[in-house]
Write a protein that binds this ligand. Structure first.
Ligand SMILES: N[C@@H](CCC(=O)N[C@@H](CS)C(=O)NCC(=O)O)C(=O)O
Length: 246
């Protein structure tokens, strides 16, 4: 039986969107962890892309490489089992919601990297898992280089953090408008639009560790108390979607 290789960043929301789709469809895959900065040459080899920007998640399926969470989710819909996450005729609407999810996640990444750089304990947690605990305080330079690398790669430095928060809030107001109460779904039934938007809320208030484990201080860094307070209803919606469908 075929087994796909899923290259991911365990805690990344983009990886979680794709992983959720793969799990939903019970696709058989082996997850391998990507390490930002140091792991770039290996990622290039895996996705067979010697030049240009390479990102995770990536899926290698039967020799074909998929390098975007949305494409991976669509691939899962084709090769997996169970209810479709992209029901016929809903592709455009789902793509629109995925763009909203991307806007939130990109703004969230700006906030997250900046807050991580200001928090030495979160930076220690961001170091590769292989580095022993005792060595971590002396390896902060590496965590800092990793965060700066991501800031540079994704144009995420020197930004107005409150403007990024406002960007997230705008998208969430639109989400609230379409949800028909706490039990609702973005497009009426459970689709990838719900996955994309539920995962996007990770950068406002991270979901419980049983779904996406984060280090203690990393969890603090992901939290946006002001937004979380303003959108408590959406966090509750997200938790319900996870409980029911993850
Ligand atoms: N549009 C892409 C975006 C993926 C993305 O931005 N991935 C970032 C997550 S922070 C990444 O690969 N970071 C690790 C790196 O650049 O080395 C997708 O949806 O897959």
């Amino acid at each position: 039986m075929r087994q796909c290789i899923f290259v991911a960043l365990s805690y990344s929301a983009w990886s979680e969107k794709a992983r959720w789709a793969l799990d939903h469809h019970r696709v058989d895959y082996r997850e391998v962890e990507h390490v930002p900065l140091l792991g770039t040459p290996l990622l290039r080899a895996r996705v067979r892309s010697p030049i240009g920007r390479v990102t995770v998640p990536a899926l290698v399926d039967d020799g074909v490489v998929y390098t975007d969470s949305f494409d991976i989710a669509r691939r899962a819909d084709r090769i997996g089992q169970g209810e479709r996450l992209f029901p016929r005729g809903m592709d455009d609407a789902i793509a629109t919601w995925n763009r909203s999810s991307e806007l939130i996640l990109k703004a969230g990444r700006v906030l997250l990297l900046e807050k991580t750089l200001r928090n030495p304990r979160a930076m220690q947690e961001a170091l590769p898992a292989q580095i022993p605990r005792a060595l971590r305080p002396r390896m902060l330079f590496l965590a800092k280089a990793g965060a700066r690398f991501l800031q540079h790669k994704y144009g995420a430095s020197g930004r107005d953090l409150d403007a990024e928060r406002a960007r997230i809030a705008r998208e969430l107001v639109s989400l609230r408008e379409v949800l028909d109460g706490p039990e609702g779904y973005v497009l009426g039934n459970f689709t990838y639009a719900d996955v994309a938007m539920a995962v996007a809320l990770q950068v406002v208030w991270p979901v419980d560790n049983r779904w996406l484990p984060l280090g203690e201080e990393t969890r603090v860094v992901w939290q946006e108390p002001g937004l979380a307070e303003a959108f408590r209803d959406l966090i509750a919606w997200r938790d319900r979607v996870y409980d029911k469908h993850r």
